[in-house]
Design a protein around this ligand. Structure first.
Ligand code: NAP
Length: 452
């Protein structure tokens, strides 16, 4: 597996892949580790998870540098990501006992209740865009609940994959409780077929999700899928336009635009359309693009050359379909995988910038006649991950939130993940939830016990 520095296009390292035999051995070891790990009382597992949080905080800069180098994450965002991973470890270390406490239910029994037992080895297929966070938000609840984890990380971040395995080793987790498999996606089906593996979670694109879910389905194994999104960002006529435009830029350009919950369609009510368009374009035009290690830079490179090509293709097809380019619309010359901050206006539902997920700093503006039309446009998508609504009247925003088809809706705030809140999608954005109590319950056996 080869990693490249997206800021320069140079090769960083090559990591040897596991063979089919290596993989089978590591999966078997995960099964053996599970038998012992499940017997460790919950406070013991939670204490180790808290230690993983400490390891992350102690080596924050080292891990942040790695993310910056391997996928071009801006250094400030990379450091914040390591801190957030530490938070999710600490959160589950503190809360797991409450979340997993047996639930007593009154029945005809002398005593009846629901226990929360682990399932076994869980395969996690993860993407490169938040190379630490995506893995920890799976691993912190799943491992604390007593499962073991098998990570198949994205092929362009092998250094991060190995570093994460090392976090658990340094924290003192027994060998085999968390294992990185260095395998291409073509070997994922073999792992799913292995009877030792009990369940799978995938964060990534729809094709990858469909492939993993169908293979797991053939073996009757549970899956959780966190797929793409094309989150609407609705601006109502009574919104504070400057504050909203500020939120729009942050919401769109977080992680250089490569976030599943980035704002991807700006749906703006007619009376304020032109004013918002101007405010957004002005702010997008001020963003600096460059070296992700430079703290003054706003937008780093995209993670791979093919992602730049795909994004540019979506922009050009949208322009050919009638969208008007107000800013950017091209890659940056020179080495590295950079794309200029871009604003497209007069975007309509049949255009790629509306229909498809755009994974980069591209802001498509769509005009809505009124709030009802804005709602119809917001829901006119195959995706359903997040949404945000901006208004001077939070109660109005709340009423609209109830009618949005998405896993979460934020009113007067950008969509973000938080260990305390459930995270996941509906429609083609996937199913199941991560984070919060809902997340830890995805990979447990809710076992009913009935005693006469
Ligand atoms: P991707 O190509 O689907 O890759 C994600 C992971 O799936 C990688 O580990 C990849 O391995 C693996 N994979 C790809 N095809 C597979 C297949 N047929 N069978 C089994 N595994 C397969 O997606 P990406 O381009 O890395 O990530 C971007 C996508 O992820 C976007 O759509 C984004 O919205 C979504 N995402 C969603 C969330 C969420 O929480 N909902 C969060 C972040 C990202 P290789 O690298 O070896 O191909």
């Amino acid at each position: 597996m080869i990693s490249m520095n997206p800021a320069t296009g140079e090769k960083i390292r090559e990591v040897e892949e596991h063979t089919g035999e290596d993989t089978a051995r590591l999966v078997a070891r995960s099964g053996e580790a599970f038998r012992e790990w499940r017997e460790v009382p919950l406070p013991g597992r939670a204490a180790l998870m808290a230690r993983a949080g400490r390891v992350l905080r102690e080596s924050r800069d080292e891990y942040a540098d790695l993310m910056c180098l391997e996928m071009g994450k801006r250094i400030a965002e990379a450091r914040a990501e390591v801190d957030k991973c530490a938070w999710v470890c600490e959160f589950y270390a503190e809360q797991a006992e409450t979340f997993l406490a047996p639930e007593t239910i009154e029945t005809d029994a002398g005593k009846s209740y629901v226990r929360h037992d682990p399932l076994g080895p869980v395969l996690a297929v993860m993407p490169w865009n938040f190379p630490f966070w995506q893995v920890f938000r799976f691993a912190a609840p799943a491992l604390t609940a007593g499962n073991t984890g098998l990570l198949k990380h994205a092929s362009n971040v092998p250094g991060c994959a190995l570093a994460i395995e090392d976090v658990f080793r340094r924290a003192g987790f027994p060998e085999g409780v968390f294992t990185t498999l260095m395998i291409p996606s073509s070997l994922v089906a073999d792992v799913l077929r292995n009877p030792v593996v009990q369940a799978a979670t995938l964060t990534g694109s729809e094709p990858a999700g469909m492939s993993v879910a169908s293979e797991a389905g053939r073996r009757l194994k549970k899956t959780v899928l966190e797929l793409g999104g094309s989150d609407p960002f609705i601006v109502l006529a009574d919104a504070d336009l400057e504050k909203t435009a500020e939120g729009a830029v942050t919401g769109r350009t977080i992680n250089s635009g490569q976030s599943c919950i980035a704002a991807k369609r700006f749906i703006v009510e007619k009376p304020v359309f032109e004013a918002f368009e101007a405010a957004l374009t002005r702010r997008m035009g001020r963003l600096t693009v460059g070296d992700p290690r430079d703290p003054s830079v706003d937008i780093g490179p995209l993670a791979r050359q093919d992602l730049v090509d795909e994004l540019d293709d979506q922009v050009q097809r949208s322009i050919r379909a009638g969208a008007v380019l107000l800013l950017g619309g091209r890659r940056r010359e020179g080495p590295g995988f950079f794309y200029e901050p871009t604003v497209l206006t007069h975007v309509t539902p049949e255009m790629p910038a509306f229909r498809e997920e755009t994974f980069g700093p591209v802001a498509p503006l769509v005009e809505a006649e009124d709030p009802e039309h804005a709602l119809r446009l917001a829901n006119d998508t195959d995706f359903g991950l997040g949404a945000s609504i901006w208004t001077g009247d939070p109660a109005r925003g709340e009423a609209l939130a109830a009618r949005i088809e998405a896993g979460c809706v934020f009113v007067n705030g950008i969509v973000k993940s938080d260990p305390r809140l459930p995270f996941g999608g509906v429609k083609r954005s996937g199913y199941g939830r991560e984070l919060s109590r809902a997340g830890i319950l995805e990979f447990v056996n809710r076992k009913t016990v009935w005693i006469a």
